[in-house]
Design a binder for this molecule. Structure first.
Ligand SMILES: [Zn+2]
Length: 293
C-alpha cells in the first residue's frame, strides 16, 4: 500500500485535478470555480496523505505554524496576484495605448489548450529560473527570498510563504507577460491548476517517489534539497514546475545515497510571524545572525 502511495500519489492527484477541471468546464461551471475547486481538492488530498504517509513525523506542524502559513497563503497567493494582475495590466495596457504602440507577439493560439499550457510552462519556468537563481546569488534580493527559506519543516501550506516583493517579481515574469500577450483564459486556468498542485507537492511532507519524473518535474525529492540550510546544497534545483532549466544550466542536484538534513536559514531564531517577516528584508544579515529572536 505504501509503495502504491509513494509512486502513485503525485500522478494520480495531479491527473484527478486536471480531469475535474475539464469536467467542471464542460458542465458550464464558472472558470474561476472550475480552477479553484480542483486546487482545493488537491490540497485536501495532500493534507490527508501528509497525515497518513508522512516523509518525516518531525515535520508535522502545530496550530500556530499553520495559522501563520494560512495568513501568507491567503494574502500572498490569494489576494496579491489578482490585485497585481488588475493594476499592472490596466496600467501597462493604458500606457501602451497612450503611446499608440501596438505590440504583436507570436503565440500559437490555434494549438490545443494543453500544448499552449506546456509552452507557457517551459517559458515561464525559464524566466523564473533566472529570477530564482539571482535571488539566491544577489544579497539584496536574497533578503526578500529568505522569507520563503525560513521554515525548518516542509509541508504543502508553506508554499505560500513569500515576501510580497519576491512574489511581485515572480508575477512580473511568470504571469503578467502571458496575460498581456493575450494567452487564452482556458490556458491560464489549466496552468494555475498544474502550478498550484505541483507547488503543494513540491513542498509536501509525503513519503513520495517520483521515479523517472524527477528528470522532468521539479518535485519534492529535488525541492527538499533546495530548502537545505547549507548553501552548497540549497543553491540548486531552482525549477518552479520543471527541472529542465536546471539540467541546461547544471544546477540539478539529487544525491542518491542520503536525505536532506536540516532545513531553513543559518539564523535559527529568524522570526516566523507574518508581520515580523515583512520587515526582515530591511535588516542587513538577519538571515545569518543569531541575535534576533
Ligand atoms: Zn529559493
Amino acid at each position: 500500500m505504501r509503495i502504491l502511495v509513494r509512486y502513485g500519489a503525485y500522478p494520480v492527484v495531479l491527473s484527478l485535478g486536471i480531469v475535474i477541471h475539464i469536467i467542471l468546464q464542460k458542465m458550464g461551471v464558472n472558470l474561476h470555480l472550475a480552477t479553484y475547486i480542483p486546487v482545493a481538492l488537491g490540497a485536501l488530498m495532500i493534507t490527508v496523505l501528509e497525515w497518513r504517509v508522512p516523509f518525516r513525523y518531525t515535520w508535522w506542524v502545530d496550530k500556530r505554524e499553520v495559522g501563520q502559513d494560512a495568513i501568507f497563503m491567503a494574502l500572498i497567493q490569494g489576494v496579491l496576484p489578482p490585485l497585481l494582475a488588475f493594476t499592472l495590466s490596466v496600467t501597462l495596457l493604458g500606457w501602451l495605448q497612450g503611446h499608440e504602440w501596438t505590440v504583436e507577439f507570436v503565440w500559437p493560439h490555434d494549438w490545443p489548450v494543453a500544448g499552449q499550457m506546456l509552452m507557457m510552462m517551459v517559458l515561464a519556468d525559464g524566466m523564473r529560473y533566472g529570477l530564482h537563481r539571482w535571488a539566491h546569488e544577489w544579497e539584496p534580493l536574497w533578503r526578500f527570498h529568505a522569507v520563503h527559506h525560513s521554515p525548518h519543516k516542509l509541508y504543502w501550506l508553506n508554499v505560500g510563504r513569500f515576501h510580497p516583493v519576491d512574489k511581485g517579481l515572480q508575477f512580473l515574469l511568470d504571469s503578467l507577460p502571458f496575460v498581456l500577450i493575450g494567452v487564452g483564459k482556458e490556458v491560464l486556468a489549466l496552468y494555475v491548476v498544474c502550478y498550484a498542485i505541483n507547488g503543494f507537492f513540491q513542498h509536501c511532507n509525503i513519503d513520495l517517489r517520483l521515479g523517472l519524473l524527477n528528470y522532468a518535474i521539479s518535485g519534492p525529492e529535488l525541492h527538499r534539497w533546495h530548502h537545505s540550510k547549507w548553501k552548497q546544497e540549497s543553491n540548486h534545483n531552482y525549477g518552479n514546475n520543471l527541472i529542465v532549466w536546471d539540467w541546461i544550466f547544471g544546477t540539478r542536484y539529487l544525491p542518491k545515497d542520503r536525505q536532506v538534513d536540516e532545513l531553513g536559514l543559518v539564523n535559527r531564531h529568524y522570526p516566523m510571524t507574518f508581520l515580523r517577516q515583512m520587515t526582515m528584508p530591511f535588516i542587513a544579515g538577519a538571515d545569518k545572525e543569531t541575535i534576533l529572536s
